[in-house]
Design a protein around this ligand. Structure first.
Ligand code: ADP
Length: 523
């Protein structure tokens, strides 16, 4: 767009010349070309005007009475408000014009009278362009300094939080697509200093709390692979957490075992976050040491369970005796109350038994004894056991025929199947189905599926329901008569069989529990 035809002036030019004819000539020439022109005949007036409203460029006559051009220019350059304005000197042919003095005073160029229009315009244009570029550069500089200041402040905050955090924290190089990451400035020097790459998992930084928990010196940790600090027993879980972190950017509270320098095992909840340190993709690994909490929790649960078992057994015995009628007939009302007492006592003893069962399994007091089995027989047994419950709930139990023979502990596996079927029935509305299928896959593995058409499980609970006392809804234990331990026990049994159990679900449509087992378990 040509600014000659535009309403917006090209630039604001101040022309200072004591000869009115010269002024008029320059003014007319520049105005025609689309510039906004202010013209003055005296240096002092020009200085006042320039300070009040700084122009974008000044054309300044050298030879003027009262205050010559050099002096005007010096004064302009001495003032913060006007020092950046480019000044072009005007000299007349035949005048004594000291170019050195003009440049020393702060001028950027000069033109000689009589003017050649094209030359004046070209010089003007050049210096306005330079000035505009300077302004842009200054603005970018300001923005850059602001960004640097913000970044430094953020890094400072992070460094402080990192150092002072009571949680053990490590920063390790994150997996990159087959390539090791580039080195990062500002990180503690790793033993590989001088090399161009970091290995995946290489520890770049740890905080004091990490050193305190691990009992290692900083130099023994930096540069090592973070994997070696987690116990091999939970290596698989760590690997899965890392993969999840790669795909979704973070992982929260994955329970893992951590090994200290003396070989002591700590239970930690690990949270992972993908971060970028100066171009190096890293994982921020924040740990929460819950060893003591877990020990107290286990001790408390086991103590309470043991203490409850004996009195509960005798309470149930006494209630059974009452119920048998040997002590005389009961009124209808008494019988109703007695039934409530029996039902609740049974629930309590079931809970106590489950807790103790899980505890014995975890501590290895219960061993898995695999024997050759016909899986079909076991599945039939499980469905027959649950048939009465299914009928009462008006849920159809379907068992698909299966021909798999495998080695497993029949009692423990039956416990798993009945538990899954019982859950399926409990959480399915009348008219729904619970289906049990088992197939051989890739010759040496068996895939068992318990699929229901029930209420489903929310995505964020698919993993946690396998933990002790975790339920989708806090009221499930009361309303559905569960203990919140069934799936934790199932997972233990399956893992002791060197298998895996997991669930897929769509809310409102149903849940599918999968079990993957080796056919020839070798303990
Ligand atoms: P519970 O004794 O409470 O059933 P479990 O460990 O067997 O304990 O199950 C834990 C929780 O998982 C249940 O309370 C329920 O919230 C959820 N759950 C388990 N199975 C199913 C299922 N088939 N459908 C919907 N929710 C289920």
């Amino acid at each position: 767009m040509s600014s000659e035809h535009s309403n917006v002036p090209k630039a604001d030019i101040l022309v200072i010349d004591d000869t009115p004819e010269n002024l008029a000539l320059l003014s007319q020439m520049l105005t025609e070309k689309g510039y906004k022109v202010r013209s003055v005949t005296k240096g002092s007036t020009a200085l006042r005007g320039a300070k009040a409203v700084p122009p974008e460029l000044i054309l300044l006559d050298v030879k003027m009475p009262e205050m010559n051009g050099y002096e005007v220019c010096q004064r302009l350059k001495a003032d913060e408000r006007t020092r950046h304005i480019p000044v072009i000197f005007i000299s007349a042919l035949g005048d004594v014009f000291d170019k050195v003095k003009a440049f020393q005073a702060g001028g950027v160029d000069y033109i000689t009278k009589p003017f050649q229009v094209e030359e004046v315009l070209a010089r003007l244009d050049t210096h306005l362009t330079i000035r505009n570029l300077q302004i842009k550069l200054q603005q970018q500089n300001i923005q850059l300094s602001q960004e640097i200041a913000e970044r430094t402040a953020a890094e400072d905050k992070f460094a402080k939080a990192f150092r002072a955090c009571p949680n053990p924290i490590a920063i390790a190089a994150a997996p990159t697509e087959g390539l090791a990451a580039a080195p990062t400035e500002g990180l503690a020097a790793a033993p590989t200093e001088g090399l161009a790459t970091y290995q995946e998992g290489q520890v770049l930084e740890v905080n004091k709390s990490f050193l305190l928990m691990s009992a290692y010196q900083e130099a023994e940790v930096i540069g090592q692979n973070i994997n070696q600090f987690y116990s091999p027993a939970t290596a698989e879980q760590y690997h899965q957490a890392l993969q999840k972190c790669q795909s979704q950017g973070f992982v929260r509270n994955q329970e893992l075992e951590f090994q200290t320098k003396s070989g002591q095992i700590k239970t930690v909840l690990l949270s992972l976050e993908l971060i970028d340190l100066g171009g190096t993709p890293c994982t921020l690994q924040i740990m929460n040491d819950i060893t003591e909490r877990k020990r107290l929790e286990n001790e408390f649960i086991s103590l309470v369970s043991h203490e409850l078992r004996t009195p509960m057994t005798s309470t149930i015995g006494a209630l059974d005796l009452l119920n048998s009628g040997q002590l005389g007939a009961l009124s209808d009302r008494s019988q109703k109350i007695l039934n409530i007492a029996i039902r609740n006592s049974e629930r309590l003893i079931r809970l106590v038994n489950d807790i103790l069962d899980l505890e014995r399994m975890k501590s290895g007091k219960i061993t898995i004894e695999p024997v050759p089995c016909n899986l079909q027989t076991l599945l039939v047994q499980a469905t027959e056991t649950m048939q009465a419950m299914a009928e009462k709930a008006q849920v159809e139990l379907i068992l698909e025929p299966c021909t798999v023979s495998m080695r497993l502990d029949p009692d423990r596996m039956l416990q798993t199947f009945t538990n899954l079927l019982s859950n399926g029935i409990k959480f399915t509305e009348p008219g729904g189905t619970v289906k049990l299928t088992a197939n051989l896959v890739s010759g040496d593995r068996c895939h068992i599926v318990v699929a229901d058409t029930g209420r489903g499980i929310p995505a964020d609970k698919l993993e946690s329901i396998f933990e002790r006392f975790h339920q989708v809804d806090a009221s499930d234990s009361r309303s559905k008569g569960g203990t919140g331990l069934g799936l934790a026990i199932c997972r233990h049994i399956i893992e002791r069989h060197q298998g895996k159990i997991w669930v897929e679900s769509i809310l409102g449509t149903g849940s599918i529990f999968h079990i993957d087992l080796p056919v020839n378990i070798n303990l």
